[in-house]
Design a protein around this ligand. Structure first.
Ligand code: SAM
Length: 213
């Protein structure tokens, strides 16, 4: 069940999504740069709940040969660097709307992954990816029309037969992942709901068809 702060948070971002997409992108850039005024604002690097979520996400994907991996909404790259370690043969790119987050991620990475500051609603990361992750980011997108756009953008980053993996709180994930569930170009490969010690989350994965993309 969502708490009152969660509801206020969602209402705030839904209201900002009434702006045109580019205006929303500029707002998100300012907001998340402010949010990253201190390092690791969500404690991704130290919170055992986050570590368990990252492990569950990588377990869900399992072994595979991936040439290019993208992490959308990567913050300071904690998960991105785990993905780089899990798939050492891949070129790994993390993107985030906050310049500050990307600067810190780049400094930490020491070349293990590349990081680019961009707003994924309006800007492309360059090329197509065999594996795309997006976690704890879609609830900032706001109203349904924008969510449809965001899901279409995530799909557009996939190479043919590429895999998209999205991780969000459960049961809200049902709504957040819904446009992906209904996208005829994507096949749902799996979904796992983990208890998360009282903060359940879902990891859902999708594959792009050969002809699409
Ligand atoms: C809660 S953090 C999740 C970080 C990471 N995915 C994880 O699970 O550890 C959400 C991140 O999404 C980024 N973000 C939000 N909207 C974005 C957008 N339109 N384009 C790129 N990044 C965005 C924020 O700056 C923030 O760093």
């Amino acid at each position: 069940m969502r708490t009152l702060p969660d509801r206020l948070h969602r209402t705030f971002f839904r209201t900002m999504s009434l702006l045109p997409a580019r205006g929303q992108g500029r707002f998100l850039q300012r907001y998340f740069d402010w949010f990253h005024r201190n390092p690791d604002p969500w404690r991704h690097a130290v919170d055992p709940y986050e570590a368990a979520k990252y492990d569950a996400t990588l377990r869900h994907v399992g072994a595979g040969e991936f040439r290019r991996i993208l992490d959308v909404g990567c913050s300071e790259g904690t998960f991105t660097l785990r993905a780089a370690a899990a798939y050492p043969g891949a070129d790994v790119v993390g993107v985030d709307v906050s310049d500050r987050a990307v600067e810190r991620a780049t400094a930490r990475a020491e070349g293990r992954a590349a990081f680019v500051a961009l707003d994924f609603l309006n800007q492309d990361p360059g090329g197509r990816f065999d594996l795309v992750f997006c976690a704890e980011t879609l609830y900032y997108v706001g109203r349904e029309e924008r969510l449809r756009l965001a899901c279409g953008r995530l799909r557009s980053f996939l190479a043919p037969r590429g895999t998209l993996v999205v991780t969000h709180p459960w049961p809200e994930a049902r709504r957040l992942h819904g446009f992906l569930d209904r996208d005829p170009a994507l096949s749902k490969v799996g979904e796992r709901v983990e208890s998360g010690n009282g903060r359940p989350f879902a990891v859902s994965s999708y594959r792009l068809g050969e002809a699409a993309g």
